[in-house]
Design a protein around this ligand. Sequence first.
Ligand code: SF4
Ligand code: SF4
Length: 404
Amino acid sequence: MDTRISFLLHDDPTAREARELLSRCVHCGFCTATCPTYQLLGDELDGPRGRLYLIRQLLETGKTSTGTRQHLDRCLLCRSCETTCPSGVNYHRLLHIGRHLSGALQSPPLSQRLRNALLRGLLPYPKRLGAALGVARLVRPLLPAGIRGKIPSRRADARLKSYSSHPRKILLFQGCVQSAVARDINDATRRVLDRLDIECLTVARERCCGAVHHHLDAEKQARKFARHNIDQWLPLLQEGAEALLVTATACALEIQEYPQLFDKDPAYQQKATELLQHCQEIGSFLFQQDTGKLKLATPHPLALHMPCTQQHGLRSADKVIELLSRLGFDLRLPDDNHLCCGSAGTYSLQQPRLAGKLRQNKLQALEQTGAEIIASANIGCLLHLGEKSRLPVKHWIQWLDEFS
Ligand code: SF4
Ligand code: SF4
């Protein structure tokens, strides 16, 4: 896709970066067929190729419009199009640039700016989020139905236990939203690894991985979180902790892409690259271990929702499928396995109508597998699906902890 940048954007380095990235696109349109928003809305401009045309138009005219912003905002950033694209177009980076330039050229509506500021100020901070949820639970009956459903119930930490010390030690990333609303995922991970004689250490001063800010076009703040976390984790890994383990696939993907956040800071880019050698998502980590002790006594049917961040971002879906089958689950994948459930970071809060429709389709496909329980590996998907599912939805590490 050839692009001539408008003189209005000539000095903007991200515009030049976008032009380079766009040049790989050969307009074939293969990506359109696997795009969830195109499938729902049937409009080329709500598919990847159409959005790339809009970004090119923005670069060439130095102008945006309400329509352009809406089409770009409806993208889930699920990266299904990247898996399909034969030319290796870095679509997600282009969309980030497109949204950023569009927002800089024409300010989004006040309501949208306030909502995004609220999300940025709340979600990455477990204490604030926990306090806000506590208040929301008290006034739940007074809230509109759409918000009421999004408040997770308080869960008892019933199965906590003390853990043994082991020579093998890993750092367990707690996650911001996860540690506020689903702490049992981290506890289940500790219990499972304890049985493999691996001790989980936690880093009290770690912060959000930065994914929330990244989603909300606040790259500077995402970089700040990343820099802080690198300074916390790297010395412990250099001292001998075996790995940095992440149980939420969206966080694992954000950390995997830390080096790209520091393309203008070589010192931190080097540190981020060193961190990557130690960072693993829980599925890929267990895949490499001797998991004989964890094998289920009898096969258990399990419907698996594969997060987009796992299959289209980390590209580690095969390992998780092989691991869970090896552990003795009778694994059932839905027919629409490659499609997003609608959670997509903060998307379900920003585009509730589309997110709700995608969830409805996904739950139907998961139920059609005939399994009585659902698993996933990302806190956003778990909360989003769990809000409306008839069947229980948990992280697969929790099901493994329960059944093995
Ligand atoms: S990231 Fe997902 S929603 Fe966005 S264009 Fe690509 S396939 Fe469609
Ligand atoms: S599949 Fe790739 S090359 Fe083809 S239109 Fe989509 S982004 Fe462009």
